[in-house]
Design a protein around this ligand. Sequence first.
Ligand code: SAH
Length: 231
Amino acid sequence: MDPSTQAPHTQPESSRDADALLREARALLVAQITEQTGITDERLLGAFLRVPRHRFVPPENRAFAYRDGALPIGYGQTISQPSMIAIMLQYLDVRPEDRVLEIGAGSGYAAALLGQLGREVYAVEIVPELAERAQNTIADLGYRNVTVLHGNGRFGLPEHAPFDKILVSAGAEDIPPELVRELAPGGRIAIPVGDDYSQRLVVGTKHADGTLDLQSTIQCIFVPLVSSAQS
Ligand code: SAH
């Protein structure tokens, strides 16, 4: 059937089938996340049910988009493992009124998930091609509360601070003080801290007096956060 002759609200049979299969694949992914992490929070898992991860994965890896694993996205970078993102999001406890910053947007997938959970999201990516691709994917999907910017996020995004939540999706040697400064009182940061090969996910909650309450959680492996002034 010629799609141009159909009423706008109808879909060809095959694309309806494809949508149903993709929804099923996401439901299976969510089941894997729960099995891996014990997370059952419906609001959090609902974000993984809605966001189409295959759209954030390059065509050659799309067949693996709904496996619970990291995948290459080009430029030596990866889209993170869904269950790892779920753990980070659970620690961050993103509320519907939150303004959120992500450092290391990569494919834009985690930023899209953050957009489902919070009010407004800024995501910074240092590789210009990835930043552009992520912003295009987000725009195509109509996620209007998510903005991807090209730049070095090591020093945060002072022009849009303060943030209620900050997610760092790359491994840092320690917690950059600039990011702590950009956190609102009561705000929270989740950041992998360690060397290039292994880190621990550190979760910090900022008190009204500006000090940070730190919790060291699970072990993880992220690509390194570029910490120099380059961008
Ligand atoms: N959250 C991403 C995965 C990120 S991988 C996703 O869902 O797909 C980590 C990303 O951090 C990489 O794309 C890398 O280029 C980026 N990165 C590393 N150092 C950075 C910095 N200083 N500022 C911004 N992005 C950085």
